[in-house]
Design a protein around this ligand. Structure first.
Ligand SMILES: Cc1cc2nc3c(=O)[nH]c(=O)nc-3n(C[C@H](O)[C@H](O)[C@H](O)COP(=O)(O)O)c2cc1C
Length: 508
């Protein structure tokens, strides 16, 4: 793989740690708008009138439809529902200067720098074409007329989940929309914020019985060209085929005409963060051989032997979702990021459900066999009825918590979460850490995109699981090396990928 010079990733990762980021003042006059708005293309209204699925969230979190025998083509209404539940506007809040629109999935800084494109064959209600999804008016805009799935099949070397999919979603990030606030660290956020959207999409596809798979390995250039992206500023991040038919479209040499449509300026000026572009370039795949090698790569993430007493998760595996999990649609409409946790305990049963349901596998091209994970879960338990306060490692293999250090670590939790009150007040803080060296050793620089994205997906699932059982959650940023030190010696050599706080929200 050409992206083997992994010192590029280490340079990027180490330079974007907290503390260490250069001081930064937000220029409110130059804040980018949170939408990509094509000004010369007509909107095609997306239907959003499908009845709710009524599937409990905890069930939707793990029942991924799969199997080669499934033949399902989502119609436009179903596609519309999936778009709404993953990236639609779910809440509007008025403030003195106007109205703010919140979306289905959490996003760093509410800056919403991830856009979704659709590449589809003819489906019921929608003609074949390449479309952009505009959440601001819940409409599609057509960029190309006709069936272009072959370009994606070609970019992913004709993998059947793509070549037999009637419809494909492509997620892209526009860096400036996030780097305005977070500077070069925004490249990490690209995958975190794409990950939370994908957590919702996975649950929605399960609720509406649409098989899907996440692809991170593809030849970047052809996908970016298909969407007419200005790759200095915006790039494709993940590809998600939806549904499955008998008809296989093969990668072919479609001549792509250049397209470039006018979009509304994001802000007065855009500031370039070259580090982001360098990291993206270093993790790009240029040949189909690289893509094949990527997909054949397997990684084993061993669970070390346990020391001492374990706390097995407390789960009624058959019935845990029937009694107390609200439906996926209600969860997504209710979800937000908890702004203040009340310092009260949650139960070990609640924590068990949330962890179990959020970690049952992600269908992705870099996680094979199904159930493989690149990220490990570490926890600070501030207040959970049924287990002592302290730090823990989640033993994925035997679904139990292994105590690392007993004690009251609220103060440390607050500090590790960048000195914020949220992780100190939460009942539990869930940290995702990965052995980045082994990931890069196996996958090359592209592995960085995968491991950050997987963390974002698990983080998004933790949000959904928490809200579905009446609790709150918030993603958080962190002091990188201090978190590793806190969980060491167990976590020695690992890098922090994501942090989610869980607990009871203070009712406003
Ligand atoms: C990866 C990630 C990191 C976040 N970090 C913080 C944080 O450090 N502090 C905070 O108050 N909120 C944090 N948030 C919450 C976002 O600010 C929130 O998702 C955004 O404002 C949108 O609001 P909503 O989640 O209520 O829809 C984070 C969210 C994500 C997904």
């Amino acid at each position: 793989m050409s992206s083997r010079k992994i010192e590029e990733t280490w340079r990027y990762h180490n330079s974007t740690k907290h503390p260490g980021m250069p001081p930064h003042y937000m220029d409110w006059e130059n804040q980018p708008i949170p939408f990509k708005i094509y000004t010369s293309l007509d909107p095609i209204k997306i239907p959003n009138d499908l009845p709710f699925s009524d599937v409990p969230t905890l069930e939707a979190l793990i029942n991924q439809p799969s199997g080669a025998e499934l033949k399902i083509t989502p119609d436009f209404r179903t596609l519309g529902r999936l778009l709404f539940l993953s990236a639609g506007i779910t809440k509007k809040k008025k403030y003195p200067g106007g109205e703010f629109h919140f979306r289905a999935a959490a996003c760093t800084g509410a800056l919403y720098h991830i856009d979704l494109y659709i590449v589809t064959s003819d489906i019921d209600g929608l003609d074949a074409g390449v479309y952009h999804f505009g959440p601001h008016d819940f409409s599609l805009r057509k960029l190309r007329n006709g069936d272009y799935r072959g370009v994606i099949a070609d970019a992913t070397t004709d993998e059947p989940s793509i070549s037999k999919a009637p419809t494909i979603i492509i997620c892209i990030s526009t860096f400036w929309r996030n780097s305005w606030k977070y500077q070069s660290r925004a490249y990490r956020h690209t995958f975190w914020d794409n990950g939370t959207i994908l957590a919702n999409l996975l649950a929605a596809s399960s609720a509406y019985h649409i098989p899907l798979k996440i692809f991170v390995g593809f030849t970047d250039k052809s996908v970016n060209e298909l969407l007419g992206l200005d790759t200095f500023r915006e790039v494709a991040v993940s590809i998600i085929p939806l549904g499955r038919t008998d008809n296989e479209i093969t990668g072919n040499d479609i001549e792509l005409e250049n397209i470039s449509y006018e979009t509304l300026p994001l802000s007065k000026e855009e500031i370039d963060y070259p580090f982001i572009r360098r990291m993206h370039e270093a993790s790009s795949l240029t040949t189909k051989d690289e893509v094949r090698e990527w997909r054949e790569t397997k990684i084993i993430n061993p669970t070390p032997d346990a020391k001492g007493k374990l706390f097995p998760l407390k789960i009624d595996y058959e019935n845990d979702f029937e009694n107390d999990s609200i439906t996926l649609e209600k969860t997504v409409l209710k979800r937000g990021s908890t702004r203040q946790f009340s310092r009260v305990p949650i139960t070990f049963e609640q924590l068990s459900k949330i962890i179990y349901r959020s970690t049952q596998g992600i269908p992705a091209d870099f996680l094979s066999p199904y159930g493989t994970t690149l990220n490990d879960i570490y926890l600070i338990v501030n207040d959970v009825d049924g287990i002592p306060k302290g730090s823990y490692f989640y033993r994925h293999r035997d679904q139990s918590l292994e105590p690392l250090k007993e004690g009251d670590f609220r103060h440390e939790a607050g500090h590790l979460g960048l000195g914020q009150d949220i992780p100190a007040d939460a009942s539990v803080d869930v940290f995702l850490l990965a052995d980045l060296d082994s990931v890069l050793d196996k996958f090359g620089n592209r592995g960085y995109r995968a491991v950050e994205l997987e963390a974002g997906v698990i983080g998004g699932k933790l949000y959904l699981a928490a809200y579905s059982v009446g609790l709150g959650a918030s993603g958080l940023t962190f002091f990188d090396d201090e978190v590793t030190r806190f969980f060491s010696p167990h976590a020695i050599g690992k890098s922090v990928m994501f942090l989610v706080a869980l607990g009871k929200s203070v009712k406003k």
